[in-house]
Design a protein around this ligand. Structure first.
Ligand code: UDP
Length: 327
């Protein structure tokens, strides 16, 4: 059983990783600056409030816990915001990762599972994305994640780091036990916003662009359940602990839904109407991002089991109305 340092462990995806690691018998050490994370979601092991920009404090955490491996979730992750603030996105995402990698080197820690993104690929037309597609990020967010992937490859070659970069598509849903889930302030993501409209907490959903080259004109995304995504992390960690490296895989459900289809699905699952209004395109959004996840299946033995859109929405809704959401 391993001690796993989890950066961003008080955030949405990181908290689900900590829960799964603890359940698998590992010790997750949650490191989070609580800028967008939540202390109550960090409930599955030791907690350290540390910012990755603070190399000295990070170094102390490595000395204190002596981790065997790292899962690296901490990052700024909003595509739209990154277009307005490339300075912040590059500085935080790249420098924070460099500080982390240098602490790993100093303490002889080799395995790292890194949260990458399909936003490193950019425009793909009608094709599902495979990992060997040319990298062409359309947003500073995607560019910052691609820069970290390149740094990871260089550290693998030079320093014996062993990395799995998991290229997430659109993560959604919540812990099926509704103990933890997604909580953003302000909320910007499609499924939670649409659920708030169905619950009467928001007047309507702004549909960002209806003139995309997609069947109904709205953007198509591949929504993957956070529980499936975390399964991929645990499988990747096992591979790295067994000595493998150089894992670069897409983690998406392999099926795309448009913004309009998501609005319909939330209305269907909740039994409540979802009012929509047309809004301009959001900067940095490619028309269609859908995964070909066959490499993840071949390399990790991963297949999604909870990523049907209605199951994602049911779990997200259960969390959203639970008392824990408002805690
Ligand atoms: N979207 C939208 N209205 C909203 C929020 C999102 O139309 O209020 C669209 C957005 O343009 C994108 C899709 O929903 O095409 C998913 O966006 P989200 O922010 O959930 O995830 P991202 O793709 O940015 O990771």
């Amino acid at each position: 059983m391993a001690v796993v340092l989890v950066t961003g462990g008080a955030g949405y995806v990181g908290s689900h990783a900590c829960k799964a690691l603890a359940r698998a018998g590992h010790t997750p050490v949650c490191v989070d600056n609580l800028r967008t994370g939540w202390r109550d979601l960090a409930a599955f092991g030791p907690f350290e409030q540390v910012d990755l920009m603070d190399a000295g404090a990070l170094e102390n955490v490595f000395g204190k816990y002596k981790p065997d491996a790292v899962m690296h979730f901490a990052a700024l992750s909003l595509v739209g915001e990154s277009v307005a603030r490339p300075d912040l996105y590059h500085r935080v995402n790249i420098t924070g990762s460099l500080n982390l990698l240098d602490a790993m080197r100093a303490h002889g820690v080799a395995p790292i599972v890194f949260s990458s993104t399909c936003a490193i690929y950019g425009e793909a037309g009608d094709e599902d994305l495979t990992e060997d597609r040319p990298m062409a990020p359309e947003s500073p967010y995607g560019a910052s994640k691609l820069a970290v992937e390149r740094i990871l490859s260089d550290y693998e070659a030079a320093f014996g780091l062993r990395c799995a970069a998991l290229r997430y598509f659109n993560v959604a849903g919540a812990d099926p036990e509704a103990e933890i889930g997604e909580r953003h302030d302000p909320e910007t993501h499609l499924i939670p916003i649409t659920i708030e409209v169905a619950l009467g907490e928001r007047e309507n959903l702004s549909v960002f662009g209806k003139d995309y080259p997609t069947p109904d004109g709205t953007c198509v995304r591949d929504y993957v359940h956070v529980a499936d995504l975390i399964d991929a992390h645990i499988l990747a960690l096992d591979k790295l602990m067994a000595g493998e490296s150089g894992i670069r895989v897409n983690i998406g459900a392999g099926r795309g839904y448009s913004v309009a289809e998501v609005a319909e699905a939330v209305a269907r699952v909740s039994g409540k109407p979802v009012a929509t209004v047309d809004a301009p395109r959001r900067a940095g959004d490619p028309p269609r991002l859908v995964a070909d996840h066959s490499r993840a299946t071949a390399v990790l033995g991963w297949t999604p089991t909870r990523s049907a859109l209605d199951v994602i929405i049911e779990d997200a809704l259960r969390w959203r109305v639970s008392p824990r959401f408002a805690a």
